[in-house]
Design a protein around this ligand. Structure first.
Ligand code: BJW
Length: 252
């Protein structure tokens, strides 16, 4: 057991050693060390510069499709250049050290998959799976245009119905994908340890997942540079960057 972690919690390490099923629940913070902006960090988060209601709702898209599509194409271009970091890689190694591990992410990037995680439950969709706003048919995107900054771009049109192509993400006011939600809630109810990594825990219904695991008897550890207020005896806050803390949880 790593000395730094013994000081943090030997109980968590014991729970991990005995766990039959571990859930890893991630938010934007797990990709921060890959250079991907979070949403709500006061200085560097996307929402410090943009109003979420102007960019991440279906109403915003219909009101100004070029603004919204251009913003997502800019982010897609950045994500294509980003690489998985040591947090994504530690999750892959952890999966080799426990009998069963489920990755649930709120992220629309594919960095877990590119690090080598198998099945990943994407609760808020994927920026790489656009579809028609009108008929929902999936659309294959070309490389994003070279952009040096966010810029307005007209969305492509659906070859079948001429509807506008939209990003394959879940916007505010939209339902989460049902199969992923059900699988995520079932995993949270049946795991022994849940690691909640790099999420502010404010967006519903995903934010219920750690509480669901706690109520079902699991240990829950929050990994975040900001301390997380813990109310439950089986809940811990491991303060630090995911890329630093997660490798400490691995068996040497
Ligand atoms: C690090 C780090 C490092 C930094 N290492 N950590 C109940 C009450 C109130 C409101 C609602 C409610 N139920 C529903 C709502 C409305 C709404 C909601 O939750 N609003 C609240 C914000 C008030 N929810 C919805 O609308 C959801 N839909 C819904 O409920 O539908 C109901 C319905 C049912 C049936 C039919 C129709 C409707 C949908 C929510 C969709 C969220 N979408 C977004 C945008 C996705 C597209 C895009 O990428 O643009 O998803 S919003 C944004 O927030 C994104 C994220 O996945 C999500 C969560 O953010 P996350 O990941 O936690 O990031 P941050 O930035 O908040 O936090 C980063 C953390 O990392 C910080 O803590 C840092 O400290 C930390 N960190 N560096 C570790 N190195």
């Amino acid at each position: 057991m790593h000395r730094e972690l013994v000081q943090i919690s030997s109980e968590l390490i014991k729970a991990l050693d005995n766990a039959k099923h571990v859930v890893v629940f991630t938010g934007a913070g797990v990709s921060a060390e890959s250079g991907v902006s979070t949403f709500r960090d006061a200085l560097s988060g996307l929402w410090a510069r943009f109003d979420p209601m102007q960019l991440a709702t279906p109403e915003a898209f219909l009101a100004d499709p070029e603004l919204v599509w251009g913003w997502y194409e800019w982010r897609r271009q950045l994500l294509l250049k980003a690489q998985p970091n040591s947090a994504h890689q530690a999750i892959v190694k952890l999966a080799e050290q426990v009998p069963k591990l489920t990755v649930i992410t709120q992220n629309v990037d594919d960095l877990h998959e590119r690090a080598g995680s198998g099945e990943v439950l994407h609760l808020h969709g994927s920026i790489f799976k656009p579809r028609c706003f009108n008929c929902a048919k999936p659309y294959t995107l070309a490389e994003p245009p070279a952009m040096t900054h966010e810029q307005a771009l007209p969305p492509p049109l659906c070859p079948d119905c001429q509807g506008m192509i939209r990003p394959g993400v879940v916007w505010f006011g939209e339902a989460l994908p049902q199969a992923e939600m059900e699988a995520a809630f079932t995993a949270a109810e049946n795991c022994d340890v849940l690691l909640s990594i790099g999420t502010s825990g404010v967006v519903q219904p995903a934010a219920q997942i750690p509480q669901l695991a706690l109520r079902s008897g699991a240990w829950v550890a929050h990994i975040n540079p900001e301390p997380v207020d813990c109310q439950h005896p089986r809940e811990l806050s491991l303060v630090g960057a995911a890329g630093h803390i997660l490798p400490l949880l691995l068996t040497d």
